[in-house]
Design a binder for this molecule. Structure first.
Ligand code: TMP
Length: 209
């Protein structure tokens, strides 16, 4: 029998897909059932990883070599896994994370053109057995997402072609891991999206939400 999926749910997608609203709603649904939930984000989630986040999301688009950028994301992730994600899972919490390793494959691999095999090798070393049990890919046309994005940070300034490539990346990642990834049509109102997310969580973890 395959191992039960970790109660580690990641939310992925391009800019402006409404991930934070949907994470908040799913956390509320789980807490209403008496579940313990940790909500966190990447890059970030620990004081050190939040400092790395500032290095990554601020400044000019060409601030980093793509390799340096990928390594900074993985450095932040190693801190986050050790200090927050693994302890919370071990303590029986659900962990809901706004972005995780699929973002590195999509943004730094498909978007910035880094070698995908190298990124997957790093991922295996850093993430190990702590791969998400479920990844919700919030899918929205690139132009609509960029128009909705609330901030004007470094990645939002990387151009339409960059954002089209990473959208294609998320689709390829989802196609290669259909047991873990669910595509959610994010071009709708908040409630139907939240309903689909609850259904996906219910199906994956054999529970009613
Ligand atoms: P956020 O705006 O969704 O909080 O994420 C911060 C930015 O960091 C977002 O534009 C995507 C980008 N990012 C990467 O490029 N690689 C990564 O591995 C992660 C986690 C985020």
């Amino acid at each position: 029998m395959p191992a039960a999926p970790l109660r580690f749910i990641t939310f992925e997608g391009g800019e402006g897909a409404g991930k934070s609203t949907q994470i908040r709603l799913l956390a509320e649904s789980l807490r209403t059932r008496g579940e313990k939930v940790v909500v966190t984000r990447e890059p970030g989630g620990t004081p050190g990883a939040e400092q790395i986040r500032a290095l990554l999301v601020e400044g000019g688009a060409g601030r980093w070599q793509a390799e340096s950028e990928a390594l900074l994301h993985f450095a932040a992730r190693a801190e986050h896994l050790a200090a927050v994600i693994r302890p919370a899972l071990a303590d029986g919490h659900w962990v809901l994370c706004d972005r995780f390793a699929d973002s590195t494959i999509a943004y730094q691999g498909y978007g910035q053109g880094l070698d995908l095999a190298w990124l997957w090798t790093l991922r295996k070393h850093i993430v190990g057995a702590t791969e998400p049990g479920l990844t919700l890919m919030l899918d929205l046309p690139v132009e609509a997402g960029l128009a909705r994005a609330e901030t004007e940070q470094r990645y939002e300034r990387m151009g339409l072609d960059f954002h089209r490539r990473l959208a294609e990346g998320f689709r390829a990642i989802a196609a290669a891991a259909p047991e873990r990834c669910r595509r959610i049509d994010a071009a709708r109102a908040i409630d139907p999206i939240a309903g689909d997310i609850r259904a996906a969580v219910g199906a994956r973890y054999a529970m009613t939400l």
